[in-house]
Design a protein around this ligand. Structure first.
Ligand SMILES: Nc1ncnc2c1ncn2[C@@H]1O[C@H](COP(=O)(O)OP(=O)(O)O)[C@@H](O)[C@H]1O
Ligand SMILES: [Mg+2]
Length: 352
């Protein structure tokens, strides 16, 4: 086929999809170590004892009977309680790849199942697209926000999903674009929803609902201290050497600045504090000399700053000055400790 011929690029895209799809390619399946899986879940998530126990039971059944037609786990709860991140922990515990299919706002069956190739600009559905991206046929696939799918004149996505979750039918999943059956039976499906009620009953029937009701202020505090703060610091190139957020300040943020069952806006507020701190820390040190003295101190912040500011700093260093003299100008300042004034400056004053 010549590139000038009509239909060349769409045929090419189709053939590329055919060759890219993981028809057989699978991650190696290890014998599951339940204790390691439990450890993994505990490391990633604070609390949620019953939920984690149910996940472990689910994994144990899979281990004893790998082809068991178990129900699909569906985490149900308000935003920010850890539904999505639990699903990715399951993938990590199983040593499988993870792919998230966002179903929020999907109203068209073609989003799930693709358009027929006779349409101009036709594409495969989100499932096939996700499988192409992870490039293995046995990932953990998260059907995220499954309650947010609606239906309208263009078909019912729920009935397509029903086929996906039915072990009898998903061996030969039919994507309209692909037009050859694809075997989904090796995929481990997990779903999430904010509420169970809008999920169509036949679909709900295939799932086991696990409720995550939300956290108490004490639980939020523990989650923040153990999980959110270390992660937020890391994301901003900081560490506790540079910034400390005391418990009392986290409590203040929880009480005054968040009103939620989960921890999402708590995490956002902590990130705002970290950003403000990053600016202050970066301002404090004007000269970071490129000398041997710095090499030993490899905190992420320093590395980033050396990369960012290398050119500028070269100009600042005067000619002829001995490198070892300059290295003395470098010091790690004492950590910035977040106080109430800083919280108010960054997050705004809220009268109580
Ligand atoms: N129990 C928990 N322990 C540690 N981190 C948590 C916990 N619950 C939620 N998080 C964190 O809160 C954030 C929001 O969680 P997410 O999974 O996106 O919530 P959801 O999908 O329920 O809306 C994530 O960064 C997640 O890791
Ligand atoms: Mg989510």
């Amino acid at each position: 086929m010549q590139p000038q011929q009509p239909g060349y690029s769409s045929s090419r895209a189709y053939l590329e999809l055919l060759s890219d799809l993981p028809w057989q390619k699978a991650s190696k399946e290890h014998e599951l170590d339940l204790r390691a899986a439990q450890e993994r879940l505990d490391n990633d998530h604070y609390g949620l004892v019953k939920v984690k126990q149910r996940i472990i039971e689910y994994l144990a059944v899979r281990k004893l009977k790998p082809d068991a037609r178990g129900p699909v786990l569906c985490f149900v709860g308000p935003p920010g309680v850890g539904k999505t991140s639990l699903a990715s922990s399951i993938a990590a515990a199983l040593d499988r790849k993870f792919v998230r299919i966002s179903l929020g706002g999907v109203k068209d069956e073609a989003d799930i199942r693709g358009h027929r190739r006779t349409y101009i600009g036709s594409m495969p559905g989100r499932l096939i697209d996700g499988l192409k991206k992870v490039a293995v046929c046995n990932p953990v696939m998260l059907l995220d926000e499954i309650d947010k799918t609606g239906s309208d004149v263009r078909g019912d996505p729920a009935s397509a999903l029903l086929e996906v979750l039915d072990p009898e039918q998903n061996k030969t999943f039919n994507d309209h674009y692909l037009n050859v059956p694809f075997d989904l039976s090796k995929v481990i499906f997990v779903a999430t929803a904010n509420r169970a009620q809008p999920i169509p009953p036949p679909l709900l029937d295939r799932m086991e609902v696990i409720e995550l009701p939300g956290y108490t202020p004490e639980e939020k505090l523990k989650i923040a201290m153990r999980h959110l703060i270390p992660r937020v610091l890391d994301q901003h190139g900081l560490s506790s050497e540079f910034l400390q957020i005391p418990k009392a300040m986290v409590q203040l943020v929880i009480q005054r600045y968040t009103r939620e069952a989960g921890v999402r806006s708590l995490e956002r507020n902590l990130a705002a504090l970290a950003r403000a701190a990053a600016v202050r820390v970066a301002e404090q040190e004007q000269v970071v000399p490129l000398s041997k003295g710095v090499e030993g101190l490899s905190t992420p912040l320093l590395e980033n700053r050396l990369v960012d500011s290398a050119e500028v700093e070269m100009e600042v260093i005067p000619m002829g000055v001995n490198n070892s003299d300059i290295s003395n100008t470098f010091r790690i300042t004492s950590p910035l400790v977040v106080d109430e004034a800083m919280v108010e400056k960054v997050l705004g004053v809220i009268s109580v």
